[in-house]
Design a protein around this ligand. Structure first.
Ligand SMILES: *[C@@H]1O[C@H](CO)[C@@H](O)[C@H](O)[C@H]1NC(C)=O
Ligand SMILES: *[C@@H]1O[C@H](CO)[C@@H](O)[C@H](O)[C@H]1NC(C)=O
Ligand SMILES: *[C@@H]1O[C@H](CO)[C@@H](O)[C@H](O)[C@H]1NC(C)=O
Ligand SMILES: *[C@@H]1O[C@H](CO)[C@@H](O)[C@H](O)[C@H]1NC(C)=O
Ligand SMILES: *[C@@H]1O[C@H](CO)[C@@H](O)[C@H](O)[C@H]1NC(C)=O
Ligand SMILES: *[C@@H]1O[C@H](CO)[C@@H](O)[C@H](O)[C@H]1NC(C)=O
Ligand SMILES: *[C@@H]1O[C@H](CO)[C@@H](O)[C@H](O)[C@H]1NC(C)=O
Ligand SMILES: *[C@@H]1O[C@H](CO)[C@@H](O)[C@H](O)[C@H]1NC(C)=O
Length: 827
C-alpha cells in the first residue's frame, strides 16, 4: 500500500509541478547559472553570508569551501567580469532581513531577489525595515511572497530603484501601495496578479521612464488612459486579462519604442487604430478576446506599412473580426505565430519563402491542403498538421532537403494511398487517418537507398495486403507501428534487418504465421504488441535468453498453443505480459516470481523515451485490458504492471509464488481450468487494483488476507467452487454481488447471510497458522483505506499522458497555429 501511495504522490507532484509552471509567467526570470570563475574575495564573502544564514534544510549545500562559487545554488556571476551579480534565495524568509543588511554592509554590487514560492511574507512589517536599510538597492523582486500589506511610507532611496516586481501577491482590493509611485526612475514595474480593482491609477502618469509595465491579471476596469500613450520609452506593455473598456486611442502610434503590446482578454471595442501601423519597432501584437468591430484586412492593411517586416506574433482570436485573410499576409515575412479563428487552411502560408518549420496542430481546421503547400514540402524539416480535420490525399514527398526531418500528419481525415516519402525523413506519423491500399510502394520506394526513418507510425488506418519484404534498408528504425489496420499474410523475413528496433506494434490486424522473423534478430526489442491477430505456433523457449530487454509482451487473442515455457521467466524486465485468449495449456510456471520488474514498483525499465527535435515523443503505446476495458497507455506505460493469462486451457494450481509480484496492479487468470486454493498470501500483492479469477475450478475459502488489498476495486471470483464466508472489510463488501456468484459463498454483499455456515466451526485445516491471527487484525487495518481505491487507474493516465497535457496547455493558450524557421539545422 505504501508503494502505491508513493506512486500517487509522485503523480500529484507532477501535476502540481505543471500548475506551478503555468502560474509562473516567466520561469527563467530570477534564476540563472553561469560558467565563469568566481572571484576569491567574493567567495569568502558568500561563505561569511552563509554562516550568518539559518539554513536548516541545507539548501546551500553547494556553498562549500572550495569550488567555483559562480556555480553555487542561487549565485549568478557577471558573465564577463566574474563578479557576483545576483543572489537568489528561495523560500528563506527569515534570513531575508539579514541578507539585505549584510549586503549593505559589504556594499558589494549585489542585487537581491527574494523570491519565495512557498515563503510567506504576509507578516512583514519588516519590509519597511528592509527597504530602509538598503541604500543602493536597484532591483527588488518580491513576487509570490503572499504580501497583503505594505507600509505606506517607506523611505527607499528612490533614485536608485529601477526594477520593482510585486507580482503574484495578495493585495486583494487594497490600493496599489502609494510608495510605489515615488519611484519615478523605475524602468520595470510588475504589478500583475494582485487583484487590483478600479481604474489604472493616474499616479503612474509621471513614471515615463518605464520600459516594462505589467498590470496583467488584475481587475482594472477603466479605459486605457491617454497619458499612457506618452510613455515613449515603453517597450513591453502587458494589460492582459483585465476588464478594460472603451476604444484604443489613435495616440497609440506615439508608443514608438513598443516591442510588445498585450491587450488579450479585455472588453475593448471599436477599431484597432491605423496609427498602430506607425509603431515600426513592434514584434508582438496580442489583441485576442476583445470585441473589435472591423474587417481583418483593414488591420492587416494598416500594419503593412512598416510593421509587417518585423512582426513575429499576431494574435487575434475570439475577436468578432470579419472578412478573409488575403494575400496581404504574404508580406509578413517574419511571422512566427499567427492565431486566428477560422476552419480554413491558411493558404497564405504558401507565399512564405523561407518557411522550414510548420506547426498547425490542433487548430480545428476542416479543409483540404492546397497542392501549392505540398509542393513546398521539400523545404520543411518539421511539419506538424496533426489533430485537425484536414482531408484529401497526401501526395508523394520524394524530396526533403533536411536529414532528420519530422512529419506528423496524424489524426486527420486524409484518405487514399500511402504517399512515397523521401529517405531523409526520420519521423513519420500518419496514424489515425483513412489511408487505404497496400504498403508495398511505400516500403519498396528507392529500395537501395538507406532510410533515415527511426519512428514510423502508420497505425489506425485502413491499410491492407501483405507487409512486403522490403525492410532491408530501414535498419535505423527504432519504433514501428502498423497496428489497427487490415494487414494479412505473415511477417516477412527482412524484418529481421531491423536490428535496432525497440518497439513493434502490429496489433489488430489479420497477420498469421509465426513470430520467428522478429524474435530471431531484433534482440533489442522492449515492446512487442502483436495482439488481436492470427499468429500461431508455440512460444519458443529461447525467447527468455535472447530478449532480456523485453518490457511488454502482448500476444493476446491469437492462436498460440502449447505450454508456457518456464524460460519465459528469464524476462526479468517484463512489466506487462498478456498471453490471454490463446490455446495455451499446461500449468502456470512456478518461476513467475522471477519477473522481478513485476515484483517491484520502483524499477523503471522503459529507458530514454525517444527524443525528436528536443521533444519527447509520445510513441510508446500499448493497449491493455484492465478492469474489463481496453485502455491505451502511453507515456505512463512505465508505471503499469499487469499479468493476463485469461481464456486459455491452463490447469493445475495457482502457484503461490505469484504472490511475490507485489508491484502488479492487474492479475487475470479467468476462463481457465485452474484448481486448488487461492494462495493464502494473496494479501501480499498490495498494489493489486484488479483481480480476476472467475470461471475456473478453484475451491476452498477466500483467504482472509484478501482484505489487505485496499486498492482492489475490481475483484471477480465468480464461477468457481469456493466455499465459506466472504471475509469482511470495507473493500470486499463494497463490491458487486456478481464478483462472487456461482460459488458456495455467503455473507455480504451476497444475500445469503451464512445462517447455516455460522453454526459450523470455521477453524482448522482450511487455514494456515499465521492467517488465523491476521484475520483479527485486518478488520481494523482495512476499515479506512478502502475509500481511496481506483484513483490510479482512472486518473493516472490523464495526469501523466503527455498528449493530454499538451491539449491542456493549448487550451489555456488558445493557440491557433505556429510557424517558425529553425536556424542552423543540419542539411
Ligand atoms: C552576458 O550577459 C549579457 C546580459 O545577460 C548578454 O547580453 C551577453 O550576451 C552575455 N555575454 C556573453 C559573452 O555571454
Ligand atoms: C540614493 O542613491 C543615489 C544613487 O545611487 C546616491 O547617489 C544617493 O547618495 C543616495 N541617497 C541616499 C539618501 O542614500
Ligand atoms: C470598476 O470597478 C469598481 C470597483 O469594483 C466599481 O466601483 C466601478 O463601478 C467599476 N467601473 C466600471 C466602469 O465598471
Ligand atoms: C507629475 O509631475 C508633475 C510635474 O512634474 C507634478 O505637478 C504632478 O504632481 C506629478 N503627478 C503625480 C501623480 O505625481
Ligand atoms: C504624440 O506625441 C506628440 C508629441 O509628444 C504630440 O504632439 C501628439 O499630440 C501625440 N499624438 C497623439 C495622437 O496624441
Ligand atoms: C529464477 O531465478 C533463480 C534465482 O535468480 C534462478 O536460479 C532460476 O534459474 C530462475 N529460473 C528461471 C526459469 O529463469
Ligand atoms: C479478464 O480476462 C477476460 C478474458 O480475457 C476478460 O473478459 C475480462 O474482462 C478480464 N477481466 C478484467 C478484470 O479485466
Ligand atoms: C465476473 O465474471 C462473470 C463471468 O465472466 C461475469 O458474469 C460478471 O459480470 C463478472 N463480475 C464483475 C464484477 O466483473
Amino acid at each position: 500500500m505504501d508503494s502505491s501511495l508513493r506512486l500517487r504522490a509522485i503523480t500529484l507532484n507532477l501535476f502540481l509541478g505543471l500548475l506551478i509552471t503555468l502560474a509562473t509567467l516567466d520561469p527563467t526570470f530570477c534564476s540563472g547559472v553561469s560558467e565563469v570563475h568566481c572571484i576569491q574575495s567574493e567567495r569568502q564573502a558568500l561563505l561569511k553570508i552563509k554562516q550568518d544564514l539559518i539554513d536548516p534544510s541545507n539548501r546551500l549545500a553547494s556553498w562549500a569551501v572550495d569550488g567555483n562559487c559562480c556555480q553555487w545554488v542561487g549565485v549568478v556571476c557577471n558573465n564577463v567580469t566574474g563578479h557576483v551579480q545576483e543572489l537568489h534565495l528561495q523560500s528563506v524568509p527569515p534570513p531575508l532581513l539579514e541578507l539585505f543588511s549584510i549586503q549593505a554592509q559589504y556594499e558589494a554590487e549585489i542585487q537581491a531577489y527574494a523570491r519565495s514560492m512557498f515563503g510567506d511574507l504576509s507578516e512583514v512589517s519588516d519590509l519597511q525595515h528592509v527597504t530602509n536599510k538598503v541604500t543602493s538597492l536597484s532591483d527588488l523582486c518580491l513576487s509570490h511572497c503572499n504580501i497583503s500589506f505594505i507600509p505606506t511610507t517607506p523611505s527607499v532611496n528612490s533614485s536608485s530603484l529601477t526594477t520593482l516586481d510585486l507580482s503574484f501577491n495578495n493585495f486583494g482590493n487594497t490600493l496599489i501601495p502609494f510608495w510605489v509611485f515615488g519611484h519615478q526612475n523605475l524602468v520595470s514595474l510588475n504589478l500583475s496578479a494582485n487583484g487590483f480593482q478600479g481604474p489604472i491609477p493616474i499616479h503612474l502618469r509621471n513614471m515615463t521612464s518605464l520600459r516594462h509595465l505589467d498590470l496583467s491579471h488584475n481587475d482594472f476596469n477603466s479605459s486605457i488612459p491617454n497619458w499612457l500613450y506618452n510613455f515613449s520609452h515603453l517597450e513591453f506593455l502587458n494589460l492582459r486579462v483585465n476588464q478594460l473598456q472603451g476604444t484604443i486611442s489613435s495616440a497609440i502610434g506615439n508608443l514608438t519604442s513598443a516591442i510588445s503590446i498585450d491587450l488579450t482578454s479585455n472588453e475593448l471595442g471599436g477599431k484597432v487604430p491605423r496609427s498602430l501601423g506607425d509603431v515600426c519597432s513592434i514584434k508582438e501584437i496580442k489583441f485576442s478576446d476583445n470585441k473589435w468591430g472591423q474587417d481583418i484586412s483593414e488591420i492587416l492593411g494598416s500594419l503593412s506599412r512598416c510593421v509587417s517586416n518585423g512582426l513575429e506574433i499576431l494574435e487575434l482570436y475570439y475577436t468578432e473580426l470579419s472578412g478573409h485573410l488575403t494575400e496581404e499576409l504574404g508580406q509578413f515575412q517574419n511571422l512566427v505565430q499567427l492565431s486566428l479563428d477560422g476552419p480554413n487552411f491558411p493558404s497564405w502560408i504558401c507565399s512564405q519563402k523561407h518557411l522550414c518549420s510548420v506547426g498547425i496542430s490542433n487548430a480545428n481546421i476542416t479543409d483540404a491542403v492546397p497542392s501549392l503547400f505540398w509542393s513546398m514540402s521539400s523545404q520543411f524539416n518539421h511539419l506538424n498538421l496533426s489533430h485537425n480535420h484536414m482531408y484529401g490525399q497526401i501526395p508523394n514527398i520524394p524530396m526533403v532537403l533536411y536529414i532528420s526531418s519530422m512529419i506528423d500528419i496524424s489524426s486527420n481525415l486524409f484518405e487514399g494511398p500511402l504517399p512515397r516519402i523521401s529517405s531523409n525523413v526520420s519521423f513519420l506519423d500518419l496514424s489515425d487517418n483513412l489511408l487505404s491500399g497496400s504498403i508495398s510502394h511505400f516500403l519498396c520506394y528507392k529500395m537501395t537507398e538507406l532510410k533515415e526513418m527511426e519512428l514510423l507510425n502508420l497505425g489506425k488506418n485502413r491499410l491492407s495486403g501483405e507487409i512486403t519484404d522490403c525492410w532491408k534498408n530501414w535498419e535505423k528504425l527504432l519504433v514501428l507501428n502498423l497496428g489497427n489496420n487490415n494487414f494479412t499474410g505473415s511477417i516477412p523475413t527482412s524484418i529481421g534487418s531491423l536490428s535496432l528496433l525497440r518497439s513493434l506494434h502490429l496489433f489488430k490486424n489479420k497477420i498469421s504465421g509465426t513470430l520467428l522473423p522478429i524474435l530471431k534478430n531484433c534482440e533489442d526489442l522492449q515492446i512487442i504488441d502483436i495482439s488481436e491477430n492470427q499468429f500461431a505456433g508455440s512460444i519458443p523457449s529461447w525467447i527468455g535468453q535472447r530478449h532480456s530487454s523485453l518490457i511488454v509482451l502482448n500476444l493476446r487473442s491469437n492462436n498460440f498453443f502449447g505450454h508456457i515455457p518456464k524460460e519465459l521467466c528469464n524476462l526479468t524486465s517484463l512489466q506487462i505480459l498478456d498471453l490471454s485468449q490463446n490455446k495455451l495449456f499446461g500449468s502456470i510456471p512456478r518461476c513467475v516470481n522471477n519477473f522481478s520488474a513485476m515484483a517491484s514498483i520502483s524499477q523503471n525499465n522503459l529507458q530514454d523515451l525517444l527524443v525528436v527535435d528536443g521533444d519527447t515523443v509520445d510513441f510508446e503505446r500499448a493497449s491493455l485490458v484492465i478492469k474489463g476495458q481496453v485502455r491505451e497507455y502511453s507515456t505512463n506505460l512505465q508505471l503499469v504492471r499487469t499479468l493476463d493469462l485469461s481464456k486459455n486451457y491452463l490447469s493445475g494450481e495457482i502457484p503461490k509464488e505469484v504472490t511475490s509480484l507485489q508491484g502488479l496492479q492487474s492479475l487475470n487468470f479467468s476462463f481457465n481450468i485452474l484448481t486448488g486454493r487461492i494462495p493464502e498470501n494473496i494479501g501480499d500483492m498490495v498494489s493489486l487494483e484488479s483481480l480476476d479469477l472467475s470461471e475456473n475450478q478453484l475451491s476452498g475459502h477466500i483467504p482472509p488476507s484478501m482484505s489487505n488489498l485496499t486498492f482492489l476495486s475490481l475483484l471477480n471470483l465468480s464461477m468457481n467452487h469456493l466455499t465459506g464466508k466472504i471475509p469482511s472489510s470495507t473493500q470486499l463488501q463494497s463490491l458487486h454481488e456478481s464478483s462472487f456468484i456461482g460459488n458456495e459463498l455467503c455473507g455480504p454483499p451476497l444475500t445469503d447471510n451464512c445462517t447455516i455456515n455460522d453454526a459450523k466451526p470455521d477453524t482448522g485445516k482450511e487455514r494456515s497458522k499465521d492467517s488465523g491471527g491476521r484475520e483479527v487484525d485486518w478488520f481494523y487495518v482495512s476499515m479506512a483505506p478502502g475509500f481511496v481505491v481506483g484513483f490510479w487507474v482512472v486518473w493516472g493516465p490523464v495526469l501523466v499522458n503527455r498528449r493530454w497535457r499538451i491539449g491542456y496547455f493549448q487550451f489555456l493558450d488558445r493557440m491557433g497555429y505556429k510557424l517558425s524557421c529553425v536556424v542552423g539545422k543540419t542539411w
